[in-house]
Ligand binder design. Structure first.
Ligand code: NAP
Length: 255
């Protein structure tokens, strides 16, 4: 069969300036086709054309929401776009989406609790299920793996704090999911990872909260591209020494 590029599916691209987009760029440069899933169709289209102009191959799959059915529909569209019968294989998947509810406990509404659980946990279940079903159908690659599933975590994946009751419950849940999947599917040579991002990422939202000194100092914030390079490293790991949990922080982070 003709050799074709492996596919990376990224969920959560935001305004195309953060970790989701950086991962799309880094994997695209490394020879992956990229399926981009997120809610903002304009930013997906722009990122897909940027990647294509740079010599890659990317396609936007806009989501109406992170409801499980919307995620299943997006995977069905990916299969239509790049049919398995033509040798196309989803080999990597990144769940980067998060609903970040940051509020003191007594101000958290029922809707926000539901949003955190729906987006951070239920949607991640649906995404993982689709990715794992794809991986199970792949033969082993050169590294002896069928696929790599990565979750973007946060400090709140292991530590609750004064304004993170709703968010941390979602991120703890995501971590529990990733650990369970790593154990359940490890024997099938499906590599499941979780990355705790323990510090602020250089996104537009964080730029608005900090001054120019912060942005210029790479010791105090994480660069999305640096995180993306670590994700590529995970996908390229040998089967005899696999990470489950990666813990990333800038050099001068207090922890
Ligand atoms: N930024 C930080 O300082 C920081 C620090 C530690 C960990 N993280 C983690 O990093 C990941 C995000 O990466 P990023 O910060 O670099 O930004 P990014 O790649 O631009 O991604 C932003 C994500 O947030 C999603 N999002 C925001 N509000 C949402 C909501 N209410 N419901 C559903 N989705 C929502 C966006 O969804 P759409 O793409 O559909 O718009 C997108 O997936 C998250 O898992 C987050 O917990 C971020």
């Amino acid at each position: 069969m003709m050799s074709v590029r492996p596919i990376l599916v990224v969920a959560g691209v935001g305004n195309a300036a953060g970790t989701g987009a950086a991962t799309a760029r880094v994997f695209s440069k490394a020879g992956y086709r990229v399926a981009l899933l997120a809610r903002n169709a304009d930013s997906l289209n722009n990122l897909a054309s940027q990647l294509t102009k740079a010599g890659g191959e990317a396609h936007p799959f806009a989501l109406s929401s992170y409801a499980p059915q919307a995620i299943r529909d997006a995977f069905a569209s990916i299969r239509k776009q790049w049919p398995k019968e033509q040798g196309n294989e989803i080999r990597a998947a990144l769940w980067n989406t998060a609903a970040a509810v940051w509020k003191p406990f007594l101000e958290v509404t029922d809707e926000e609790v539901k949003e955190s659980l729906d987006v951070n946990v239920a949607a991640a279940f649906a995404f993982s299920r689709e990715a794992i079903l794809e991986f199970k159908n792949n033969d082993l690659n050169d590294l002896g793996k069928r696929g790599t599933l990565i979750f973007t975590g946060a400090t709140a994946s292991t530590r609750g704090n004064v304004t993170t009751s709703a968010f941390a419950v979602g991120k703890f849940g995501l971590r529990a999911l990733s650990q369970s999947l790593a154990k359940e599917f490890g024997k099938e040579n499906i590599h499941v990872n979780q990355a705790i991002i323990d510090g602020p990422i250089l996104t537009d939202r964080q730029r608005a909260r900090h001054d120019a000194t912060w942005e210029a100092d790479e010791n105090v914030r994480l660069d999305p591209e640096s995180i993306a390079k670590s994700y590529l490293y995970l996908a390229n790991q040998d089967r005899s020494a696999l990470t489950w949990e990666l813990d990333l922080r800038p050099a001068h982070e207090k922890w």
